[in-house]
Design a protein around this ligand. Structure first.
Ligand code: AMP
Length: 218
């Protein structure tokens, strides 16, 4: 059983790595950012509450986020394990997650941190764009759709830039997330769960390194 957290700042490559991990290990991908974007698109109560924080690049309150994660982790489709992408982002959330995994009897097996320097993150985020229909992520520099103007995953032709990837918001988003990045790594290092991987490598090499960790504890 693999129950994994992917740690890393926005733009570190968590989404791309998640796709590759899901392909090989059939884990359930749980991205709090994706869940919030879906909730905002559907204008649910959580979505409306989250929007004011997300649009400024701030964090949604821990209680709201942790509740969303607990509900998702409680669902019966998680058979082969899970990947948490974008959660936890604070020590408080990490402590809440301890409670959640205990209550649901789904203990963490690994925490993998993707390390990337800030200059690279800023460049990656400003070049990022998404499929309007399925949320697949692309990048003007490194990951264009295979057929120009057509989403690889769903075939849609409409793309957009995330509001919070615009330069005015990116700086605050990185600052907000950087504060907690090192303490979170320390938290999981102390529990003996952490592996740090160089996220500046090509996506295939990043996955090779992740695979080397995960194939040990299948
Ligand atoms: P992401 O797609 O992971 O970059 O998340 C987009 C935005 O959703 C973040 O900038 C936050 O505003 C919000 N968000 C996602 N995950 C969390 C979390 N674990 N805690 C608080 N806010 C979050």
């Amino acid at each position: 059983m693999i129950n994994l957290i992917l740690l890393g700042l926005p733009g570190a490559g968590k989404g791309t790595a998640s796709e590759q991990i899901v392909d090989k290990y059939h884990l359930t991908h749980i991205s709090t950012g994706d869940m919030f974007r879906e909730a905002m698109a559907n204008k649910t109560k959580v979505g409306l509450e989250a929007k004011s924080y997300i649009d400024k690049g701030n964090l949604v309150p821990d209680e709201v986020t942790a509740k969303l994660v607990e509900e998702r982790l409680s669902q019966p489709d998680i058979k082969e394990g899970y990947i948490l992408d974008g959660f936890p982002r604070t020590i408080e959330q990490a402590e809440m997650l301890d409670g959640i995994t205990k209550r649901l009897n789904k203990p963490l097996t690994n925490v993998i941190a993707l390390d990337v320097d800030e200059d690279t993150l800023v460049k990656r985020l400003s070049a990022r764009f998404m499929c309007k229909n399925c949320g697949a992520t692309y990048n003007k520099i490194s990951k264009m759709p295979k057929v120009e103007g057509t989403c690889d995953r769903c075939g849609s032709h409409e793309f957009y830039q995330r509001e919070d990837d615009k330069p005015e918001v990116v700086k605050n988003r990185l600052e907000v997330n950087e504060k907690m990045n090192a303490p979170l790594k320390d938290f999981y290092q102390e529990k003996g769960l952490l592996t740090v991987i160089n996220g500046k490598q090509t996506p295939d090499k990043v996955f090779e390194d992740i695979d080397a960790v995960l194939s040990n504890n299948k």
